[in-house]
Design a binder for this molecule. Sequence first.
Ligand SMILES: [Zn+2]
Length: 412
Amino acid sequence: MKKVFCFVLFFFCLTGDLLCSQREKSLFNPEMASSPVVKEIFLFIEKNKEKIIDEWIYLTEIPAPSGHEEKRAQYIKKEFEALGLDKVHTDSSGNVIGIWKGTDQGQKIIIAAHLDTVFQDLWDIKVERKGNILKAPGIGDDTAGLINLLWTIRALKNAGFKPDNNYYFIATVGEELGMVGMRAFMDSTQEKFDLVIAIDAWLGEVLYGALGIHGRKIIFSGPGSHTMSSKNTPNPNLAVAKAVEQVYQIQVPSEPPEKWAIINVGMIQGGKVTNAVSQESFFTVDIRAVDPGELERIIKLVEKASEEVAAETGVQLKYEVFENSKAAQIPGARDSFLVKTTMDILEFLGVEKIELSAQGTTDASMGLEKGILSICIGRTYGKYNHTLEEESEIDGLFVAMKQILLLIFCLK
Ligand SMILES: [Zn+2]
């Protein structure tokens, strides 16, 4: 009896402990929104709506394809300086950094939005305004993020907000090329950061994990021969067919969200003529997984299948890896105070569709790779990003701005 009691007690303590560690609390409280500082902040946004829209349009019309962000960077740098941020500078990658110093006890928090757009060779951008919609390539992704960044600082400064934390505001380059600027910043800095917040999603999204992506070309080759003499000639096309069949036998989990993965064979090619055996044939795999172990497991299984098929069909095998970004998850991130606080704020602001996802591919991923609790949050509502038809909602921008302002107010 005693033994059973002890065991139950032990079990209770253990699970109690586990539950506690998962039960981080939200920092948000609806009463905060009626504090004089927050009221002042919101009023400032309200009063400046047209100015904000004008600057959003102005900034969108400064072309900034990845690798050519200089003009936009100069503008942001000038504004960071005008706002009185510390140590405003452009680093060797082209990122613009400005620091808002808090106290020595404060945490170090990065808030980032990216300068670049995917529109290479598009140098003439005109924003169309129709009611509540702004339309132009890059209007949302991520110019709306940059505008949020600038006006968040302006609103906080105007209200006399004094942060405890040290905020590092960063306008990054090369996000669309695989977070190049943010990666370089995180690799080069000596600072130890506590949180990373990227503003680079649609409003309502909270991305707390980094999606791993592995893209690989699997190439089979053989001596080739005319059809007439092709009996027993190793056939790369046959190898591709068999290997693709095997790749699709690999079980990939879709649940739970922290283990989600998917695999796609996007391309198959091989042979030059109809009356000969192909000398070289290939297929590609695009593997995406939120868990680094899962990504690794699937890659190994693709390799195993390819090697077995190559041996069975007598062809040569080689690989070309064309994409490799790490998956990274912080244990408990989904239930962390940061995610909970953000969700409570979104709910408070009346955002109807709140979506939590472990599948981020934004500057926040670079924080996650370093083991830092990081999220990516929304900049406004919109659609068609990465296309010439890109649209953003004007009203949504102000909701997103309030989201960020309240988040900083909660973090202090
Ligand atoms: Zn983006």
